[in-house]
Design a protein around this ligand. Sequence first.
Ligand SMILES: C[S@@+](CC[C@H](N)C(=O)[O-])C[C@H]1O[C@@H](n2cnc3c(N)ncnc32)[C@H](O)[C@@H]1O
Length: 256
Amino acid sequence: MAAKTLSNQEIISARFSKDALEWDSNKKQVESCEKAFEAIKRHVPAFADGSSKNLDVLEIGCGTGLLSFLIAPHVRSLVGVDTAQGMIDMFNGKVGALPDPSKANLAAVNVLVQEADDVHVQGAAAALATRRGESGHDAPYRFDLVISHLTLHHIPNMGDLLTTLWKSLKHGGMIALTDYEDFGPEAVPFHPIEKREGVERHGIKKDEIADVIDGVGFNEVRVEQAFVLRKEVEAEDGKPAREMDFPFLICLAQKS
Ligand SMILES: C[S@@+](CC[C@H](N)C(=O)[O-])C[C@H]1O[C@@H](n2cnc3c(N)ncnc32)[C@H](O)[C@@H]1O
């Protein structure tokens, strides 16, 4: 019998499920999420004008919730999705450890989101709405803001994902997606060699992602440098182990 070839999605879901237990103790991961949070606050107007508490947020690739738990106190609700069950288990463990989990305004589900009406996303959004006392919402739920950190580089078809995100938003809603920039072959060491299998691309390219977002029908598309993350990379190709600066982009756009 021929051996089954694993897809990139299967390889990275297995890897992230395994990595989930140690995820929050990775200082660089924590730092990058804190920097992404600061960038979102700088670039999404609702955080500056004091209206962020009205936002219902969808997060793609929420992982253990490092960014989600920073954002949640500032918004009305946050639904996280992730394809790695290990990540979702860690996220839910953190929700369960809150002083009153039954009042939490965030939840995460294990799903590969391919449509705006995905039953898992709709179910999570409905559960959070019920929790805050809403009843009789006309489904389907749509979001005010979609965020995603360090996940775009794992997405096989960014056009398909961006189309789903466009459909998942309310009119007037925004995306604010952060990931490291593909600034050429020097971006490859961002992942240690043993973690490169299954990685779809080594960062996102500024012009390419702007074209994808624009092509889907978003307005006011801006892709800007958000911050720089300095981290250690391993020795490779005759170069010693060293610290490198990795630029991160924030992809902003609106559904009018
Ligand atoms: C580098 S981790 C980042 C996790 C989290 N955003 C953070 O910064 O801590 C990428 C995450 O994206 C998830 N992921 C990869 N492809 C995905 C997809 N198509 N849909 C949802 N999540 C995905 C992985 O399971 C993993 O948890």
